[in-house]
Design a protein around this ligand. Sequence first.
Ligand code: C5P
Length: 312
Amino acid sequence: MPPAPQSVTVRVPAKVNVQLAVGGRRTDGYHDLANVFFAVALGDQVTASPADTLRITVSGPDADQVPLDDGNLAARAARLLARRHGLAPDVHLHIAKDIPVAGGMAGGSADGAAALVACDALWGTATPRDILLELAAELGSDVPFALLGGVALGHGRGEILRPLPVAGTFHWVFAVADGGLSTPAVFRECDRLRDLAGTGSDTAAVPDPQADPALLDALATGDTVALAAALSNDLQPAALSLRPALAATLRAGADGGAIGTLVSGSGPTCAFLTKDEDSAAAVATALATSGTCRSVRVTHGPVPGATVLHRP
Ligand code: C5P
């Protein structure tokens, strides 16, 4: 039998939703979605090492904003997987954080997915993929996608996934805002705006969300211009309502040459699709000098989901 590993490091991507169609509020408070997830090369690393008790540490520029208690999805993931196998969740999880915190890029969900994979490898529990995906869905709506990566269509509350065909690489710039937005608060604002407009916000009032065929075709053919034209996010009006300054960020990226702009998920990070790598660098410079965001990140995708990097 091979010796038990000393530590396992997993790399996990952030996501941007190239389409986020939000249906009515369900009786359980969630919203049905047609959610096209796209994994980008911006990511966190989670290292699991043996320990006497569950312990979380975090490094990176936003480390002080990451909860260390049970609000941390990596901690919840370790507990959930341990319970499933009748083990004690004794592990040290170190999160090297690069994904903006509370930024609409599923950073917390990514850490939950990475912790599932890292603990499974460290403990040698060899959990089947379908069970890992089930546990991921229990942790949160965006966690299964962080396991899967690539590009996928999410239905239900976003956890029922179908991988989508995609050709080539797309270049993205992200403008990170000062401070985060709470996902539940953004969904509540979306409902409030729908009620205010007189359309209603429950499932009887809002049509079932559908994936946009033009967007799926743009992904499958690697057509950046068509993808830029099809980008859409039903949470964007709510994020802009809660954070009106984001309009200036979106404008600055468009003025800098981005061919597509949108708020990433529930925000406040803004995402900019660019024609190519050179254009991404130009958009990043324009955003960095615009004074409309805290920091700027240049990246690309799609990339794979949570992947074991280091297993001594
Ligand atoms: O599933 P997760 O815990 O990530 O969701 C966080 C919150 O976002 C939920 O409590 C809910 O308020 C909102 N949400 C929603 N509909 C979804 C996903 C999330 O209303 N499909």
